[in-house]
Design a protein around this ligand. Structure first.
Ligand SMILES: *Cc1c(COP(=O)(O)O)cnc(C)c1O
Length: 347
């Protein structure tokens, strides 16, 4: 008999109450529309299997993933009808999977419409490209008989610049309304997290927040409504004393000017704590602020323990990971900060 698998010295704690509150806030801010949830990329790195039941309990009834494999991961947690696959059926096997499971495909092209109809069709969503020029049916294809033959639950479009004041938002909204007037559908959707803050003209019947559910703040208007959800933590694996003149880490980018107590944290760029945090990031233990010294390496980061004399090997430290602030100081996007957190975090 093998012993139990040892735990990783990294954990990502999820504030379940904050997640539920964020969803309720976004649902409220969506006015007459209902908020759904984007849970692709493993729930933005938090763990889709962890966040989906919490969001369901808060009242969320629609979950957007990118891939069919991501939908399959959720089938034992929520009704299949509540799962929607944004990338749509890329193969006949995808279409057959949708048909069999009742997970709803988003149709993004005439080819996907044809593929869906080849399986016998059924309820689907439609994504219309109104200016982001990414995934979605061209406006010029709206009149195609393949589209007229679809049974559409939600007619979607997606904003390119919802998190900015941009004339493109109104241009896209105009095209979305035009698309809605051409194609029969039950519900309409345009807004991601930032789009919700653009006001009721952008809400339609269902909104698709992702980032803000998980504590991201894409625009100032949401600041007061959104709380931090994800807190990465890691264990201290060594304490050591530097002498004046000693350097830390690869390429010796930090030099102690005085004798210094430092600690080695079991966290590195392989865990998504990227090298941009070298000589920049901060960790915390209790109230103590513990700056990163030198380069972040693959599995280790060194921090200054001058103000934490009692911190010992095995103790946990928290990353400073308030997303808007962490994004501003690192230059990474709030999306990247969440989705790059590695597999070695116990979730
Ligand atoms: C990811 C995604 C969302 C969520 O966007 P956020 O900016 O994270 O709120 C909404 N709609 C579509 C189509 C998406 O791909």
């Amino acid at each position: 008999m093998l012993p139990n698998r040892p735990d990783y010295p990294l954990r990502l704690t999820i504030d379940a109450a904050a997640l539920a509150d964020n969803w309720r806030a976004l649902d409220r801010l969506s006015g007459n529309a209902s908020a759904a949830a984007a849970v692709k990329a493993d729930g933005y790195g938090l763990g889709a299997r962890r966040v989906v039941p919490l969001l369901w309990e808060a009242g969320c009834r629609t979950f957007y993933v990118a891939h069919w494999a991501e939908a399959a991961e959720l089938l034992d947690l929520v009704p299949p009808e509540s799962i929607v696959v944004l990338h749509g059926p890329l193969t006949a096997a995808d279409a057959a999977f949708a048909k069999l499971t009742k997970v709803r495909p988003v149709i993004n092209s005439l080819a996907q419409a044809q593929r869906w109809q080849a399986t016998g069709s059924g309820l689907c969503d439609l994504m219309v490209d109104t200016g982001i020029n990414r995934l979605g049916l061209a406006m010029s294809d709206l009149g195609n008989p393949l589209i007229a033959a679809l049974d559409i639950d939600t007619l979607h479009s997606h904003l390119a610049s919802g998190d900015e004041v941009s004339p493109l938002n109104e241009v896209q909204r105009g095209r979305w309304i035009e698309a809605c007037s051409h194609v029969p559908h039950r519900r309409a959707a345009l807004a991601n997290s930032a789009g919700i803050a653009l006001g009721s003209d952008y809400h339609g019947d269902i909104t698709r927040p992702g980032l803000a559910l998980y504590g991201g703040v894409p625009c100032a208007a949401l600041t007061q409504h959104i709380r931090q959800v994800a807190q990465p933590e890691a264990q201290l694996i060594q304490r050591r004393t530097l002498q004046a003149g000693d350097t830390v880490g690869y390429n010796a980018t930090f030099t102690a000017s005085v004798p210094l107590e430092v600690g080695v944290v079991s966290l590195g760029y392989a865990d998504g704590y990227l090298r941009c945090w070298s000589n920049l990031g901060t960790m915390r233990a209790g109230g103590a602020e513990l700056p990163v010294l030198g380069r972040v390496s693959m599995d280790m980061t060194v921090i200054d323990l001058s103000v934490a004399p009692d911190l010992a090997e095995g103790d946990w430290v928290s990353l400073d990971y308030s997303l808007p602030e962490a994004a501003a100081s690192s230059g990474l996007s709030q999306y990247e900060l969440l989705t790059s957190l590695g597999r070695r975090f116990q979730r």
